[in-house]
Design a protein around this ligand. Structure first.
Ligand code: NOJ
Length: 549
């Protein structure tokens, strides 16, 4: 099959959470000039595009995902002129810029909502979803993803409004054509500016079931990938399709089987999706170790569903909503930390799809040992903690759960150096700094040839230089092996095989017949003492990639 090339298939992405990336005006919060100051670093890493999480005007109840003006930059991050400069300099570095598009909801401080809530007769009333209460209170039993009822009572008009996330994030009413018209013209405005695409937030929630629908076993069913969503997505796609941009939809509730419809080359709504299947595997509070078989199965389902040109994958193992991958999938223990961070890098970066690296992942940053709930900023985590306390859970036990699950684990400031404020700022940052900045930081890792950072660079370079690792097919070997993740990539005669031990124990396996070491050249390995005759025994977290001679 002929290769269908695209820049967004070939580039490696890097997600920036601006508040925690780099602070240049020393107010303790990262800023746009901070991102600009690190473009050389990103280019050197091999990055082709950055995705910047929301930088728009916002009261920051959900750290920017509650937007009060889509066309203004939040003052703490900088100005529109500084944004334009960042865009220009990023392009000069050969780095494209993807913005976050949050169009399922706005802030309750957005002028549309302020108008909407003012009267049932207001012109903007139908921009949001309003309903009368019932004898039991809210219009129905739907619950918010951030906890509690999905409805908030508003005294002014004696009605409730719907919010899938925090009560300060009212859901927009996509059934109203004026809402879509206004959103789409804002999308065009940003694209006209020259940005290179969007990560589209919470997009599988824009369609709601009829309000009479009761919650099922899945409490979010009534607003997750609800039939009829296609119509809205097709309209959005028609806006996107006019340009050569990258679009990646956050698609909670979309299965691998449905993926081709969402990302198919001609009719798809997006170029790729952030799926949730492999992530939910680490969400369980009790689960301490990774279930490797299930993990492979979840990822392979997507790889296979989108094979043979049926679509394209977005590859990620970290973002600003989930704990650090080394802590969840690998190991923080000193003996395993470095090998496991590299093992995860090799596993993810060479799958079929576009990799997204989350800031700090490339140096192996770990979860934060939060001392108390006062160190937590994320609204959902605070709600969850108070729900646990209310239900009688002991505070120390509740904190254990929080430490494992909080999304703030990935929002601690980027560790640039071992200095007091990690080289992120000259004053105390808005969020606690991980004390392990002494051992894990960019400055030290840049000069250590064996660092996680240098391994990331090497893997990215390998991908950038070999089309088979970009456009090649994917094949899973040894699906039932409980420790090893073994897969092949192939494009014509060019063949690679990736072998990773995702456990703390030695693993052995007879490799598939066509992976006989005499015929394969080792490209990269994460252990220094690798010897080729040990090819069927793998040390804890050992990871290798071979190319066929
Ligand atoms: C998903 C975003 O990634 C998350 O940070 C945010 O809280 C919700 N969507 C609501 O916008």
């Amino acid at each position: 099959m002929a290769i269908k090339r695209a820049w967004w298939k070939e580039a490696v992405g890097y997600q920036i959470y601006p508040a925690s990336f780099m602070d240049t005006n020393n107010d303790g919060i990262g800023d746009l000039n901070g991102i600009r100051s690190k473009l050389d670093y990103l280019k050197d890493l091999g990055i082709g595009f950055i995705w910047i999480t929301p930088i728009y005007e916002s009261p920051n109840v959900d750290n920017g995902y509650d937007i009060s003006d889509y066309q203004k930059i939040l003052r703490t991050f900088g100005t529109m002129e500084e944004f334009d400069l960042l865009l220009e300099e990023a392009h000069d570095h050969g780095i494209r810029v993807i913005m976050d598009l949050v169009i399922n909801h706005t802030s309750n401080q957005h002028p549309w909502f302020i108008e909407s809530r003012s009267s049932v007769k207001d012109d903007y009333r139908d921009y949001y979803i309003w309903a009368d209460g019932t004898i039991d209170g809210p219009p129905n039993d739907w619950v918010s993803i951030f906890g509690g009822s999905a409805w908030e009572y508003d005294e002014t008009t004696n009605q409730y409004y719907l919010h899938v996330f925090a009560k300060e994030q009212p859901d927009l009413n996509w059934e109203n054509p004026r809402v879509k018209r206004d959103l789409f013209s804002m999308v065009d405005w940003w694209l006209d500016k020259g940005i290179d695409g969007f990560r589209v937030d919470a997009i599988s929630h824009i369609k709601k079931a009829p309000l009479e629908t009761s919650s099922t076993n899945d409490p979010f069913d009534s607003f997750k990938n609800v039939p009829g969503i296609e119509t809205h997505l097709e309209e959005l796609r028609d806006i996107f399709k006019k340009r050569d941009i990258l679009t990646v939809g956050e698609a909670n509730g979309v299965s691998a089987a449905e993926a081709p419809k969402w990302v198919g080359e001609t009719e798809g709504y997006f170029n790729m999706l952030f799926e949730f299947d492999h992530i939910s595997l680490w969400n369980k509070e009790e689960q301490e170790t990774l279930d490797v078989i299930h993990f492979k199965k979840a990822l392979t389902a997507w790889q296979d569903a989108l094979a043979d040109g049926k679509g394209w994958n977005a590859l990620y193992m970290e973002n600003h909503d989930i704990p650090r991958s080394v802590s969840s999938f690998g190991s923080e223990e000193t003996v395993f930390w470095q090998a496991s961070a590299k093992a995860l890098a090799l596993t993810f970066l060479l799958l079929q799809g576009t990799p997204f690296i989350y800031q700090g992942q490339e140096i192996g940053m770990t979860n934060m040992p939060f001392a108390s709930i006062d160190d937590i900023d994320a609204v959902d985590t605070k709600n969850f903690y108070h729900e646990m306390i209310h239900a009688g859970v002991e505070p120390s036990k509740a904190m254990n759960v929080i430490r494992r699950t909080a999304r703030d684990n990935s929002r601690t400031p980027m560790q640039w150096t071992a200095e007091e404020y990690a080289g992120f700022s000259k004053r105390k940052p808005w969020m606690v700094i991980n004390p392990n900045k002494q051992e894990i930081n960019v400055l030290d890792e840049l000069t250590d040839p064996n660092s996680v950072l240098n391994f990331y660079k090497a893997v990215i370079q390998l991908r950038n230089q070999n089309e088979a690792l970009i456009y090649g097919s994917y094949k899973l070997y040894l699906p039932d092996h409980p420790q090893l993740f073994v897969y092949g990539r192939r494009l014509g005669n060019e063949r690679f095989v990736v072998i990773v031990n995702l456990s703390k124990e030695f693993a052995s396996a007879d490799l598939p017949e066509n992976v006989q070491i005499e015929e394969w050249d080792l490209q990269l390995c994460n252990l220094n003492n690798h010897t080729i005759h040990q090819h069927t025994i793998f040390a804890p977290y050992e990871a290798r990639v071979y190319k066929h001679k």
